[in-house]
Design a protein around this ligand. Structure first.
Ligand code: 8X3
Length: 255
């Protein structure tokens, strides 16, 4: 029985990945800020499976707080030894302003979550994977990590970081039988735009007139990557909705 730890598990791709993985018989360690959402997800997963062997554990943690992550890790170090798979889903975008108009607090929040949270979690969980000579780290990058666009400076920067970090990590881990996968989706209809725009009406507009990707689409790809034989590593995967052809070009059919 494999155990996957998922950050950002209370919504979007993290939540969908938890559901898909539970259906494949993986045990889960779910991490997010919102306890109520995690508990709801846990109940949903356990109620929809007949597999008595699946264990679902929830931890409330803010990935922006490096000290909290370190303390949590120390407190649970023994329990975390069973983690075979780390899925770094926690991440967000804030704002679509140009650099000259941007809010520094928004920048910090993205850098702390998308970069510091991801590297801290990875750094803490790797030694045990090295000890076991086995593991898989899946990072949620973005097409914004390949192609920058106006209004996305720091968000795009953090996702370029995820790509660069994943590349170097793969090289650092050579010989330890640990796979590193960077999944890079285009537009996925989750709470991403509500968080980014802080406006539910505007967020709805983002996905109007075309079929965006769903969290399930990406979760299925994560599972597919994990389920390749151990000697196969999907290093990177760029996934767009069919109607989106670049970071800024989407074909919409609007009335
Ligand atoms: C999300 C994709 O195009 O909104 O990472 O930046 S995009």
């Amino acid at each position: 029985m494999k155990t996957a730890l998922i950050t950002g598990a209370s919504s979007g791709i993290g939540q969908a990945a938890a559901i898909e993985l539970s259906q494949k018989g993986y045990s889960l360690i779910l991490i997010a800020r919102r306890r109520d959402r995690l508990e709801q997800l846990k109940s949903k997963i356990l109620n929809s499976t007949d597999n008595q062997n699946i264990i679902v554990e929830c931890y409330t943690l803010d990935l922006k707080e490096q000290t909290s992550i370190k303390n949590w890790f120390q407190e649970n170090i023994k329990n975390l030894e069973k983690v075979d798979i780390l899925i770094n889903c926690a991440g967000l975008a804030r704002g679509i302003s140009k650099v000259q108009d941007s809010n520094l607090l928004d920048w910090n929040e993205m850098i702390e979550t998308n970069i510091n949270g991801l590297i801290t979690m990875t750094r803490l969980l790797i030694p045990n994977m090295i000890k076991k000579n086995k593991g898989h780290i899946v990072n949620l990058g973005s097409i914004a990590g390949r192609w920058s666009y106006t209004g996305g400076s720091v968000y795009c920067g953090t996702k370029h970081f995820v790509k660069a970090f994943s590349e170097a990590l793969r090289q650092d881990l050579i010989g330890y039988n640990i796979r590193v996968t960077n999944i890079e989706p285009g537009m996925v209809n989750t709470e991403f735009s509500n968080v980014r725009l802080r406006d539910d009406k505007k967020a709805e507009e983002v996905y109007k007139g075309f079929s965006p990707l769903t969290a399930k689409d990406i979760a299925e790809i994560i599972v597919w990557s994990l389920e390749r034989p151990q000697h196969v590593n999907i290093q990177e995967m760029v996934v767009f909705p069919t109607a989106q052809v670049s970071a800024t070009q989407v074909y919409r059919e609007l009335p």
